[in-house]
Ligand binder design. Structure first.
Ligand code: 5AD
Ligand code: SF4
Length: 456
């Protein structure tokens, strides 16, 4: 059916949810709904949820909870809980949000339109959390092209079968399945034609892409995408350390568009914790993989995920994690306090760590990393980095106005994913410009275009 009205899509959580929300928006547009950023105008509200940590889950309930009052004044408003919390809660979601209309699990997107029709014709409380072996396919069209968005996410696979003991993903995203490479290439080609210059390929463990289905391997997929005209940069996340292959290392080294950056979540520096997490590698194995990688790609930028306060993590285990940070010197980290998820096995592990202690460890870890992030940035002063221009900087550097009348302060990212600000008269979104780095800050760099006069 076709309807008229406005749709508001609110996304919580990871990059995959950002991608999924774009697909939900495409469905809504094909049903006649126009996208809006104004919640007051909305006739349908979709909250695409995340359940990886307690806080994200609470955010979803509190966002959707507020529509109880609004729906009294606006009874035709449709509210939808989509994604991981929907998958996890199913019809239990109505206990906390009685006014909810649709609970749409992670694998139910292809039936979303049908559920909207059902609600429109008077059906109450639709729940769809059925599993599916397919990934919902919808090619981008003009409704989702935005010329200011030169970087986009593209999901290449979904689900996970690694069963790390702290993680809900295998339970809410289902078993691992990969998209057809032809569909991926078609989607990225369309994005490139619409002006996208950078894609980030998404999957819970990209190293195992295509293995189950007997498709091409992940390095082969990278080689295919490397050929797409208009795409300048390829990023990907996430790699699992236990499966990082030499072929992937060679692909990073040899394929010109694949960025010189790897996100390789380590989670902990302690062997006893890694074992309890079911990560499938030891601290030594992880360090060796990094060594193999650096031998082939000496300047590679590295980032990681860390969890502190996993059940039974002792002070010494935590110091092992701190020491791993010192040993590897990551460019950046994402660190989290362990969050107990009732559907993941670690929820029942003994010796859960006190919340205050977890936060204290998290702060210590972040403070230590701050030093390395700053040091890595300082090491770049004097070097030339290729920057993909993303737009004008939100906040201008002090004294910027004095350096030249016709200049704009622009911003972009280096291959290593560092934010670089620079003055320019001509730079446009999507351009690649060589910037000589002049100053380093904790979270960004400042430089000027090589060949231009020296602005200061
Ligand atoms: N508690 C804290 N962090 C978690 N992550 C996954 N599950 C949990 C949890 N229960 C983190 C991991 C993962 C990242 C996406 O989220 O570090 O790599
Ligand atoms: Fe979760 Fe582990 Fe799978 Fe990553 S690899 S999604 S942490 S179970």
């Amino acid at each position: 059916m076709k309807y008229s009205g406005y749709a508001y899509v609110y996304t919580i959580g990871c990059q995959m949810n950002v991608y999924d929300s774009e697909k939900l928006a495409l469905i809504l547009s094909s049903y006649g709904f126009e996208k809006t950023d104004d919640l007051d105008k909305a006739d349908i509200v979709v909250c695409n949820t995340c359940s990886i940590r307690h806080k994200a889950e609470e955010k979803a309930f509190s966002f959707l909870g507020r529509f109880a009052k609004i729906k009294k004044k606006k009874p035709h408003l449709i509210t939808v809980m989509a994604g991981c919390v929907a998958q996890q809660e199913g019809k239990k979601a109505f206990e906390r949000i009685p006014h909810l209309d649709i609970v749409l699990g992670t694998q139910a997107f292809s039936r979303f339109g049908k559920h909207i029709d059902a609600v429109k014709s008077g059906k109450l409380r639709v729940v769809d959390i059925e599993d599916s072996s397919m990934i919902y396919e919808a090619m981008p069209d003009s409704t989702c092209f935005d010329e200011n968005k030169i970087s986009r996410f593209v999901t290449i696979m979904q689900g996970c079968e690694n069963f790390c003991t702290y993680c809900v993903v295998p339970y809410v995203r289902g078993r691992e399945r990969s998209r057809d490479p032809e569909k991926i290439v078609e989607e990225i080609t369309l994005l490139a034609e619409s002006g996208v210059r950078e894609v980030t390929l998404l999957g819970q463990n990209v190293n195992s892409y295509g293995q189950k289905e007997g498709r091409i391997s992940f390095p082969q997929l990278l080689a295919r995408i490397n050929e797409i005209k208009g795409i300048h940069r390829i990023r990907f996340a996430t790699s699992h350390p236990k499966d990082l292959s030499m072929d992937l290392i060679y692909a990073i080294r040899d394929l010109d568009k694949v960025c010189n950056h790897l996100h390789l979540p380590v989670q902990s520096g302690s062997n006893q914790v890694l074992k309890k997490m079911n990560r499938g590698y030891t601290r030594e194995k992880y360090i060796n993989r990094i060594y193999d990688l650096k031998k082939q790609c000496p300047d590679i930028a590295l980032s990681t995920d860390m969890i502190v306060g996993f059940p039974s993590e002792s002070k010494n285990d935590f110091y092992d994690t701190m020491n791993l940070l010192r040993e590897i010197e990551f460019d950046s980290i994402f660190a989290f306090a362990y969050s107990n998820r009732s559907s993941a096995p670690a929820a029942k592990f003994p010796n859960q760590i006190d919340e205050k202690e977890k936060l204290d460890r998290l702060n210590q870890l972040l403070a230590l990393q701050e030093q390395f992030t700053e040091k890595k940035n300082k090491d770049l002063v004097g070097k030339v980095l290729e920057v993909l221009v993303e737009g004008k900087s939100g906040k201008k550097r002090d004294g910027f106005e004095q350096i030249g009348k016709n200049l704009e302060q622009m911003t972009g990212r280096s291959e290593s994913n560092k934010i670089v600000h620079f003055p320019s008269e001509h730079a446009k979104i999507g351009d690649r410009i060589n910037i000589r780095i002049k100053d380093a800050y904790p979270h960004s760099l400042w430089g000027h275009p090589v060949g231009d006069c020296e602005y200061r």
